[in-house]
Design a protein around this ligand. Structure first.
Ligand code: SF4
Ligand code: SF4
Length: 429
């Protein structure tokens, strides 16, 4: 028996898994555990694609998504909960995915005292007894039949703030809760979209990619060893940071509100895997260091404890910051010289005068001109392709002229050779 057949033998196997036709609709069950609802807010702010595009089937090939979300739903009470109960009992008769927000509390701790940590709907205990249905239990019940389980946010992915040192809830991520052997009805381990909150577009784009794969119209998206979408999380935030040039030149901000690198104010960007500096927080706008904030590592499994205390420079900054300062103190003046040259027109170089009405600009003196002269020599050495290499330019032009005349001669010869054939063709015509 193949692995795939093992998966399909699951008692909750959704209908589509046994059918060859394309999936037309997917139910998306949103569950909230120990959460602040920030991930929901981030998701509804997404633009590429937006939640509206997903639920109105505006993306070619993507099945229609029927979203069941406790905050966004129009229905309430039993009418809202009914599809959840049906899915739990294996009676939904349709494909579904589970989107879990917040960390999964150890509900046994709460049960021992007769309570619960986070619940939605009511669980029938028999004999007319009911109890609030913990979302952790519902996750356990829904996960085997789900086409995919997607952990939305750092709390759901790794545990996050509710699982920080000293918590009393025994909170953990979905991956910890379901175990490493967990596979969805279609054979997927838990997909993780970390971030506190994640970028909305990261959420909707991942859901889209997974659903396109499940619908058979897209490739399996690439995930890293922790189930993160690799194309979003395989680079550090530092590599895409607009302040990285300052870091490289060893220029660091000493207070907030300055444009330089924030590492000395506590930024962990050089080691944190996150795409917010490139993608922005919302509609390509905002995002931590783009708006002056440090990175506190909110996408990482170690968050928050591994990055606390926040606002204290990471220990590694001493070595890397000192190295950047040393290199930067040498590189910065050299770059200034090149920049000075780039800020001159050919005319100004000749006239040795910059006619700006905005302020006095000093023309390069003898020292600068000498440096520029040698700089230019080095810049143009080894290649004839530079504007001031007039001898080489002439040689190049002669070469291209002779290549052109060779080509003309060859095409003339071909035309003469082809003529008898065309005349014969004409005669025949
Ligand atoms: S602000 Fe942070 S992420 Fe940006 S360059 Fe400095 S250390 Fe790197
Ligand atoms: S840059 Fe850091 S703090 Fe900001 S979202 Fe990314 S991981 Fe979180």
């Amino acid at each position: 028996m193949s692995d795939n057949e093992t998966v399909l033998s699951n008692e909750h196997t959704p209908l589509f898994a046994n059918e060859s036709g394309p999936i037309k609709e997917v139910h998306a069950f949103w569950l909230a555990g120990m959460s602040c609802d920030g991930c929901s807010i981030a998701a509804v702010g997404a633009k590429n694609p937006s939640v509206e595009q997903l639920i109105h089937q505006q993306i070619p090939g993507l099945p229609k998504i029927i979203l069941h979300h406790p905050v966004l739903a129009v229905e309430a009470g039993h009418r809202f909960m009914e599809p959840y109960y049906k899915a739990v009992k294996g009676e939904l008769g349709a494909t579904y995915v589970v989107l879990y927000e917040g960390s999964v509390a150890d509900e046994q701790i709460a049960k021992d005292t007769g309570g619960y940590f986070s619940a939605m709907g009511m669980d029938d205990l028999g004999d007319g007894k009911w109890r609030p249905y913990p979302t952790a239990d519902m996750l356990d019940d829904l996960a085997p039949g789900a086409a995919a389980v997607i952990a939305v946010g750092t709390c759901a992915s790794w545990g996050g703030v509710p699982a920080a040192v000293g918590n009393v809830t025994g909170s953990m991520g979905v991956m910890d809760f379901l175990g490493e052997d967990y596979r969805s009805a279609l054979g997927l381990p838990v997909v993780n979209i970390p971030g506190c909150s994640p970028i909305g577009d990261n959420i909707t784009e991942t859901i889209t990619a997974v659903l396109m794969f499940l619908a058979g119209v897209g490739p399996l998206p690439e995930f890293d060893e922790l189930g993160r979408p690799a194309w979003m999380f395989n680079e550090t935030v530092h590599r895409g940071c607009p302040r990285a040039g300052f870091y490289e030149e060893g220029v660091f901000a000493e207070e907030y509100g300055k444009p330089e690198c924030l590492v000395e104010l506590g930024c962990w960007g050089p080691v944190v895997q996150c795409n917010i500096a490139r993608r922005g927080a919302l509609g390509h706008n905002g995002g931590c260091m783009n708006v002056g904030g440090i990175c506190i590592g909110c996408t990482m499994p170690g968050f928050p404890d591994a990055f606390a205390p926040f606002y204290k420079a990471p220990p590694g900054k001493f070595i890397s910051g000192t190295a950047s300062r040393m290199v930067g103190s040498f590189i910065r003046p050299l770059r200034k010289i090149s920049q000075r040259k780039g800020n001159m027109t050919n005319r100004w170089l000749k006239t040795e005068h910059i006619p700006s009405g905005w302020g006095h600009v000093e023309a390069p003196g003898v020292v600068m001109k000498t440096i520029h002269y040698f700089y230019k020599k080095i810049q143009s050495s080894g290649t004839p392709y530079h504007p001031s290499g007039s001898n080489q330019q002439r040689k190049l032009q002669a070469k291209s002229r002779s290549a052109m005349s060779d080509a003309i001669q060859r095409s003339g010869k071909r035309a003469i050779e082809a003529e008898p054939v065309s005349s014969t063709a004409k005669e025949l015509g």
